[in-house]
Ligand binder design. Structure first.
Ligand SMILES: O=C(O)CCC(=O)C(=O)O
Length: 290
């Protein structure tokens, strides 16, 4: 029986039985059962037919949907450990002090060559629900559409790359910039796992502008057949000037998104520093983003 059906039976599992043989809820699950046992004489104004309810713990624990965890304090977080190794996040709120973050945000908003990229899914074109631009010596392909090489790094982006390299201990050669114009702009569930990023990439993600919620969900085990119902979930509010480093097996073992919101949000820029490797032949995105 499926979990959803078992839960449904537990909720409706009333049964009556004699108190001498311990009654059980049907299906081996827990619940209240009705019995026709006698009550102590002083409280039995209704006679022997008065019903009592007893709780019986489930024989087998029900499967819970794990509660979403919120990460908002500065620190290093080992979010999982599996056959591919450890998945690790490092969160640094205030990585850029407020006045510097304000200045960088206004410069980038006004000066970067923001454009709406067209992606393709099963041969159908669709516009990304955000604006982007790309810096790096190599092209970057995802969702069957390629961002062309662009080596014209503005000095402010070169400086930021240097600062993120210092704190992460990694070198980056590329940068994907995202502009969420308002709360309706978003990025769908995906992982940064294109072949061109190599195995276990470190991604340095710097946020500027309005706070948006960065959500993560664990990849389900193979026996779940792609069902994300019971996977672990994390929520990380990314505020102005915050740096998030994703390291180790995070891209293999987790997905992330920034969902659309239904209340007003101001513009937000996200800079994701990456290292891209040349690929033999065509770059292929393994998982699409929209
Ligand atoms: O905007 C963000 O925080 C996430 C961006 C992202 O997931 C990506 O560029 O792959």
């Amino acid at each position: 029986m499926s979990d959803k059906r078992r839960r449904a039976r537990v909720q409706g599992s009333w049964a009556s039985s004699r108190p001498t043989s311990a009654p059980r809820a049907p299906g081996g699950a827990g619940g209240f059962v009705r019995s026709t046992g006698s009550l102590p004489a002083q409280s039995s104004s209704w006679g022997d037919d008065r019903q009592v309810f007893e709780f019986h713990a489930p024989a087998k624990p029900l499967r819970e949907v794990p509660a979403e965890k919120v990460i908002e304090k500065a620190g290093e977080y080992l979010i999982s450990q599996g056959p591919l190794g450890v998945s690790r996040l490092r969160l640094l709120p205030g990585f850029l002090p407020q006045t510097e973050a304000d200045w960088v945000f206004s410069q980038l908003l006004a000066q970067l060559p923001w454009a709406q990229k067209t992606n393709f899914k099963q041969g159908q074109a669709y516009e990304e629900p955000r604006l982007t631009c790309w810096y790096g010596e190599l092209p970057y392909t995802y969702s069957n559409s390629t961002m062309q090489p662009n080596s014209q790094w503005p000095p402010v982006l070169r400086d930021l790359k240097g600062s993120v390299e210092l704190v992460s201990g990694r070198r980056f050669n590329s940068l994907l910039c995202n502009l969420y114009r308002d709360g309706k702009d978003s990025i769908a569930w995906h992982s940064d796992s294109e072949l061109s990023l190599g195995p276990q990439p470190t991604i340095g993600s710097l946020s500027l502008g309005d706070t948006r919620c960065f959500s993560m969900r664990k990849q389900p085990a193979p026996e779940e057949n792609g069902d994300y119902t019971y996977v672990e979930r994390l929520k990380i509010p990314l505020s102005h000037g915050t740096l998030l480093l994703m390291e180790g097996a995070t891209q293999e073992d987790w997905q992330h998104q920034v969902a659309k919101e239904y209340h007003d949000r101001g513009p937000r820029i996200n800079l994701t520093f990456r290292t891209i490797y040349p690929e033999p032949g065509q770059n292929q995105a393994r998982r699409p983003h929209s």
